[in-house]
Design a protein around this ligand. Structure first.
Ligand SMILES: [Zn+2]
Length: 276
């Protein structure tokens, strides 16, 4: 599933072709892709003819300011990827949403599993939307150690599970949570409340470098190539992962074989020597 670095990579590719452009038309080919609006037709009605002033991001959501006080939300779900094409270029299978801009380009959301979505909200709807309960962005608004520690204090929840909780911190998913914990030297199954201040500090300190490294290399494209950049290239961070997806391979620090365990229903990869 695309996480913060993949979504930010996608956003940076879309900004030059979407910001300042007007939506000539919006085609929702699968109604399910507009399911986050009470009336899916609102997505089309609220966007067509209007200009996108800015395309930002919170966590794994791209969030756009559209004229008329409309907020556009784009989410890649499990397998969504955007493509930038000229009008009339052949469409790939599972092209489920097509935005046509006044520059004559098509921004296409290709999503075989349809867990992604597009939404268009009025200010009144935002509180109850998918971004209404998000915590601070893990890259742009990382909270200080003290406030992270305050949330963790007394909690039995595994630290990895907490890192995946988008209300705590927005942007980390299964891959980058494992990478952060590896870099911090902490096991993912540790109870959050058992972490010392130094350990919380180590986790916090690992988040920025891990996300920035992922971003620098265009994100992580796994074997299924569910995530690709809008120009069709694969993210190159995959070969630099410390632990994720490397079960049975040697830890890059100590040589111990990387383990895979299931934590909170998710595959988790870690080094039992380096992580305590
Ligand atoms: Zn190790």
């Amino acid at each position: 599933m695309p996480e913060l670095p993949e979504v930010e990579t996608t956003r940076r590719s879309l900004v030059p072709v979407m910001e300042g452009r007007r939506f000539e038309s919006v085609a929702i080919r699968r109604p399910r892709m507009a399911r986050r609006n009470v009336r899916p037709v609102d997505v089309v009605d609220r966007l067509e003819g209007r200009r996108l002033d800015r395309l930002g991001r919170i966590g794994k959501f791209m969030v756009g300011d559209v004229e008329g006080d409309i907020t556009l939300i784009l989410h890649l779900g499990m397998s969504g990827k955007f493509q930038i094409k000229d009008i009339g270029e052949p469409e790939d299978m599972h092209t489920n949403v097509v935005f046509t801009t006044d520059a004559g380009q098509e921004i296409r959301l290709v999503d075989p599993r349809t867990f992604g979505f597009v939404a268009a909200h009025t200010p009144e709807e935002l509180e109850f939307s998918s971004i209404g309960s998000l915590g601070p962005d893990a890259l742009e608004a990382l909270p200080p150690v003290a406030s992270m520690g305050k949330v963790m204090a007394g909690r039995k929840v595994a630290i990895k599970t907490l890192l995946l909780d988008q209300r705590f911190l927005a942007g980390l998913g299964n891959i980058y949570a494992d990478e952060v914990l590896s870099r911090a030297g902490i096991r993912g199954d540790r109870e959050s409340g058992s972490l010392t201040v130094d350990e919380v500090r180590a986790i916090r300190a690992a988040i920025g470098p891990v996300l920035r490294a992922g971003l620098k290399h265009g994100g992580t494209s796994l074997d299924d190539l569910a995530y690709l950049l809008p120009d069709g290239r694969a993210g190159q961070f995959t070969s630099r992962l410390r632990v994720y997806g490397r079960e049975g391979e040697h830890c890059r620090t100590c040589g111990t074989l990387i383990k895979r365990t299931v934590l909170g229903g998710r595959s988790s990869f870690w080094c039992e020597t380096c992580q305590v």
